[in-house]
Design a protein around this ligand. Structure first.
Ligand code: DHE
Length: 557
């Protein structure tokens, strides 16, 4: 993978970025060890630290860096300064600041080599143009050869698309029967699934930029089109405005930093737009990566969060030739986010700035920046009606053991709008996702990246109707124990709750982070909070994200 990344036309043009004066002091690696470490860096580290290692969610990992702070003070640092022994400890055991431990999935030698690798100058990967993207486009089944009616008896609204991360596959699980309906080969280290507005097509994106379009109307889930939209990619979304149903798909890439608009029925690549540019602080950035994307449900617009510049771009897709972008300044290091309950506001974590940014989708304007505990990480967040504060949106945190509630109703509860109204205790830090459902009285939070296996395997759940009490008490449930997988080398990380369509079950993945070890999905009855079913199957390799068709299609969270 990494070998492929460093080859190509753009490499030379960008290689000046890799030059630092410290190469002579850096440890060396054999070409094989360097290439293997490059692969691991791409798979496990680049997402947080950046391909050019300039840092975002994770710290800057350049061999040496210096910068002037706002008050003119010069600070200096770098991996060379930290040295091999310290770096090996950080990689192996993680930190309380949100860096996960890797000693359960990397060998001692791999950790040692990685510590050396990140003291060497970063390699810049090649560009990936619209022409390159077009060259990878495959229309497996043209539109006129697809079924004209649904050819199966599956209740599609309650199908879950489950990321099988390390297998590069998704499992389509029938939510009614809990049976695997089909397993589909997708991109490498597959990341998320999003639905077309009709609910017929699932779009699945891998970290390698491969996008697969799965048609749910065949007897078995069938890939009808594939394209490699970027070199390193995390997000995909579909057009949801009236008159544009199933018309466009957008893919956001980390590398090259760009977004690509594709035809919603065929994935034909149509438009490629770079996000390189100047940050909210006025500095030029070479790698402003595209993080979360949501589609407006009322206007023909995608909201594209650009991580390093700290800007949300509202991309008007009604005229691709005369493309209009409204660029909204928020705060740096935008990552994941979602709508408030009315879908008027988009709330997105500026994670390493310890803030949540709020954008008014209707007016196309900046609304607020809310200071929060360290490194908010909401997924798409969770919308509940708080007994005291009215409608609020919740996020948990990578860097703190709290769940933050932010008021979202400027009309009826203006005194609470865009303020942190409550912080609830989570059972651990290193959390990734919160979840609720409009029909549920529960608010759930995980902490899968916690180095403590007991905390990583458990979830916290609050009763929403209790939140007005002076000291609301959560229940902490050990989901990993309920999965009963026995002893595994990898930590059993319980990750990302997802509701079924009716909102009476929540599904959690028990992810061992290792494709040779068993994993499971635990289905919990939302009312009783008791385990209803444990789905175990040798095809469920490293399950992580789960995307219920109806809830994803309609942004229910
Ligand atoms: Fe994700 C969403 C980026 C690691 C599971 N992840 C997102 C989004 C971004 C992102 C930008 C928002 C997409 C959107 O809404 O359009 N994720 C990254 C990273 O950069 C990071 C930190 C490191 C990396 O190298 O990729 C990362 N993510 C992970 C994982 O390791 C997870 C836990 C397991 C996995 O399968 O990879 C993981 N990310 C998810 C999930 C979502 C997600 C399940 C969607 C949540 C939702 O409810 O929509």
């Amino acid at each position: 993978m990494f070998k492929y990344l460093v080859k190509g036309a753009g490499f030379l043009a960008l290689s000046f970025m890799a030059s630092t004066t410290f190469a002579a002091d850096a440890p060396t690696l054999s070409p094989e060890a360097k290439s293997a470490s490059g692969n691991i860096y791409f798979e496990r580290c680049a997402g947080c630290h950046g391909m050019l290692r300039k840092g975002a969610t994770g710290k800057n990992l350049e061999p040496a860096w210096s910068r002037k702070d706002a008050d003119g003070q010069l600070s200096e640092g770098g991996t060379l300064k930290l040295g091999s022994s310290r770096l090996e400890k950080i990689i192996g055991y993680g930190t309380e600041g949100g860096m996960p431990n890797f000693d359960d999935i990397l060998s001692k030698d791999e950790i040692k080599n990685m510590a050396a690798y990140i003291q060497m100058p970063p390699d810049a990967p090649p560009e990936w143009s619209l022409k390159d993207i077009r060259g990878t486009w495959k229309l497996h089944v043209p539109v006129d050869q697809r079924p004209t009616r649904k050819m199966n008896n599956v209740n599609l609204n309650n199908v879950f698309s489950v990321t099988l991360r390390d297998a590069g596959e998704v499992a389509l699980i029938d939510g009614d029967t809990k049976q695997i309906w089909g397993v589909v080969k997708t991109g490498y280290a597959v990341h998320i699934s999003r639905l077309s507005l009709s609910g017929r097509y699932i779009h699945v994106v891998g970290r390698d930029g491969r996008l697969d379009m799965i048609d749910l109307w065949f007897e078995k889930p069938t890939v009808v089109a594939t394209v490699k939209a970027g070199m390193e990619t995390r997000s995909v979304e579909t057009s949801k405005a009236k008159g544009f149903e199933d018309k466009y798909v957008i893919v956001g890439s980390y590398w090259p930093p760009q977004y690509t608009i594709l035809d919603g029925m065929t994935l034909e690549p149509l438009k490629n737009v770079s996000t390189r540019g100047v940050t909210v602080d006025g500095d030029y950035h070479q790698e402003p990566r595209v993080a979360s994307i949501v589609a407006s449900t009322t206007k023909p617009e995608f909201l594209v969060s650009v991580k390093e510049t700290g800007m949300v771009k509202m991309v008007d897709y009604s005229d691709l030739t005369n493309l209009k972008e409204t660029t909204i300044n928020t705060a740096k290091f935008l990552h994941d986010g979602g709508y408030d309950a009315t879908k008027r506001y988009f709330l997105v974590a500026a994670n390493a700035s310890n803030k949540v940014a709020v954008v008014d989708v209707k007016e196309g304007k900046f609304t607020a920046l809310v200071d929060t505990a360290k490194i908010p990480h909401p997924g798409r967040g969770a919308n509940i009606v708080h007994p005291k504060y009215g409608p609020v949106w919740a996020t948990s945190h990578l860097g703190a053991d709290v769940i933050t509630l932010i008021g979202t109703d400027p009309e009826k509860h203006p005194q609470y709008a865009w303020k942190v109204v409550q912080e609830l205790k989570n059972h651990g830090a290193n959390s990734l996702f919160v979840k609720t459902h409009p029909k549920s009285d529960n608010l759930w939070a995980d902490s899968p990246l916690n180095p403590d296996p007991k905390l990583a395997g458990s979830v916290t759940v609050y009763r929403v109707s209790d939140l007005g009490k002076a000291d609301p008490q959560p229940e902490v449930i050990d989901i990993a124990a309920a999965a009963n997988l026995g002893k595994t080398k990898g930590i059993q990380r319980v990750v990302q709750g997802e509701y079924n369509q009716n909102g009476d079950e929540i599904w959690y993945s028990v992810w061992t982070g290792n494709k040779t070890e068993p994993s499971a999905i635990v289905v919990i009855d939302d009312k009783t909070r008791k385990v209803k079913t444990v789905i175990k199957d040798k095809r469920l390799v490293t399950p992580t994200g789960k995307f219920n068709v109806f809830n994803t299609q309609h942004d229910v969270y």
